[in-house]
Design a protein around this ligand. Structure first.
Ligand code: ADP
Ligand code: MG
Length: 536
């Protein structure tokens, strides 16, 4: 069969949608998607129960979990899901917000298209609106009070609201702030850099999850391999070997005939010399600590002890990588070709006995690293603690890097909307309508927050808008107390990065979808989650 035949065969199984028909389908998919997560938004959001093919269930209030678990094949829906996954990895929060705003942007675009405005004009107007909104965020935000950890803790806690068990949210926020401080350093320009991935998680079954704690440094359930080696060091150099220090017994196969005993011995002597040469190469560099991913042969262990090199072996690759980043050591594969520049630095190393297991605790030089020791009665609890912590540390680290806060409870979206409507008046042409549509779309957040607390979305939105006109950008909705107040008073504040990223992700996906005017549908493929909404 020629390749031409193959592609026509492929096309037989697809339908081609062009122009506005394709766009309409894409927008329907986006709305359906938003419909599935709408009810989870905010502290009063409902939980969703997800059931997989094997009948296992998971109860969650987290938009991105809902979307990642659902089996959605629609191309436009997939694009939005990938925007929310990006949101999750960059900002650790704001995923539902991203999906809701994107769908609303598309729905409003559809209205304009029906009035005869071309998608390209709308895309252009949305792009201008995004830039204006990002500027507005800087104006609305205020610096976080760094004199103590109070605001840092509150903002971290706000982002945990509705995730995981309430009982340990405060504790997790505390742990996250503590760890974030440990993995934040100032670079040479005096700019704070936080690396949440330098926090290792060590699950320790048993006890209550409230007893989870943070240790400064990386903790490995290991002890050094020779009683003569020092298990307490106050700083020095470290070498990381992704390999082994073993004598490989010669592989005997058909091409190699062992004719007498002497020959095998000769091999062994040669192997031992090779091993000695490797250990000598390491000793030359004089590291205080050597970490070997695989095994270390008895002879080598003795030589290393004699050379005064504290050695750890059989270390997971992920731990080796963490050690590398915390100490600046380069991971080497062959000791013979290692050089001074491969060495990293540590500021302390010691061992502690926890229960019956020895743990090695190493603090890097510069970036020290940190370890969360999770406690919990069951595997599920340990995993849940780890998952919530990952979100919390992400948020805490962002705040240390970019210490600006925005009001939550819909205040920020209303405040941007007010600015955009003013700005729209000064824009000639049809982009003006797109900017107004953009402002309307952002207000989906306060509307849905009100809806999810059982209030009338339009009434509440109007109340926030008019309260802001009188008292400023920080007035929003406190869903817990069902009042409209200054978000500073209610301590509902969020790191600026979450909203920045959510606006970028939502707008970019909406624009991409507006620009797709030709879609190939695999007949068996695209399914629209939750069925077609009747609205369009
Ligand atoms: P996302 O996945 O977008 O983070 P969430 O379910 O976490 O969705 O809801 C986040 C929204 O809830 C934000 O707009 C935040 O400002 C708002 N929010 C959080 N706590 C409160 C509160 N107590 N009152 C009103 N809004 C709140
Ligand atoms: Mg959230």
């Amino acid at each position: 069969m020629s390749s031409g035949d193959a592609s026509s065969e492929f096309l037989k199984n697809t339908e081609r949608s062009t122009g506005s028909a394709a766009l309409r389908k894409n927008i329907q998919a986006a709305l359906a998607l938003a419909g599935t997560v709408r009810s989870t938004l905010g502290p009063r959001g409902l939980d969703k129960m997800l059931v997989d093919e094997e009948g296992r269930s998971l109860v969650t209030n987290d938009g991105v979990t809902v979307l990642q678990t659902a089996d959605i094949k629609h191309p436009a829906a997939k694009l939005i899901i990938s925007a929310s996954s990006l949101q999750d990895s960059v900002a650790r929060d704001g995923t539902t917000t991203t999906v809701l705003i994107c769908a609303e942007l598309l729905e409003n675009a559809w209205e304009l298209i029906r009035q005869g405005i071309h998608p390209t004009i709308i895309a252009e107007g949305y792009w201008q609106s995004l830039q204006a909104s990002l500027d507005a965020l800087q104006e609305i935000s205020r610096p976080i009070d760094m004199s103590d950890n109070v605001e840092l803790l509150q903002a971290t806690k706000t982002s945990l609201a509705g995730k995981g068990f309430v009982a340990i949210q405060s504790r997790l926020a505390e742990l996250a702030v503590e760890a974030a401080n440990l993995v934040t350093v100032e670079d040479s320009n005096g700019v704070s850099r936080s690396d949440p991935t330098l926090v290792k998680v060590l699950a320790n079954r048993g006890g209550s999850s409230l007893e989870s704690n943070i240790i400064s440094g990386l903790v490995l359930a290991k002890s050094c391999i020779h009683p003569k080696m020092k298990d307490f060091l106050e700083g020095g150099k470290i070498l990381l070997l992704d390999g082994e220090l073993e004598m490989r017994s010669p592989t005997i196969d058909a091409t190699l005939k062992i004719t007498d005993v002497g020959m095998l011995n000769a091999f062994k002597v040669q192997e031992k010399e090779l091993l000695k040469a490797q250990v000598d190469a390491i000793s030359q560099l004089n590291p205080a600590i050597l970490v070997v991913k695989e095994g270390v042969r008895d002879e080598a262990r003795q030589w290393l002890a004699d050379a005064g090199i504290t050695t750890y072996r059989r270390v997971e690759k992920t731990d080796l990588e963490l050690l590398s980043r915390a100490t600046g050591a380069r991971i080497i594969n062959r000791p013979e070709s290692a050089s001074e520049s491969d060495l990293g630095g540590f500021s302390s190393s010691h061992e502690e006995l926890w229960g019956s297991v020895t743990h090695w605790i190493l603090e890097g030089e510069g970036q020290r690293g940190a370890t969360l020791v999770t406690r919990g009665a069951t595997e599920e609890i340990l995993e849940e603690v780890e998952r919530c912590f990952a979100d919390a540390i992400g948020v805490a680290c962002q705040l240390l890097e970019q210490p600006l806060l925005l009001p939550g409870g819909g205040a920020t979206q209303v405040a941007i909307g007010r600015r955009l409507r003013r700005l729209a008046e000064s824009i000639p042409g049809r982009e003006q309508l797109a900017m107004e549509a953009y402002a309307d779309a952002l207000e989906v957040i306060p509307r849905v927050l009100a809806e999810n607390s059982g209030l009338d979305p339009i009434d509440e939105l109007l109340r926030v808008v008019s309260a802001q006109t009188k008292s400023g950008d920080w007035i929003g909705m406190d869903s817990d107390r069902q009042v409209i107040v200054n978000m500073d008073e209610a301590a509902i504040r969020e790191p600026i990065l979450i909203t920045q990223q959510a606006l970028k992700g939502a707008t970019e996906s909406a624009i991409n979808i507006l620009r797709i005017d030709d879609v190939l549908w695999a007949k068996e493929g695209p399914s629209i989650p939750g069925g077609m909404p009747g609205a369009l």
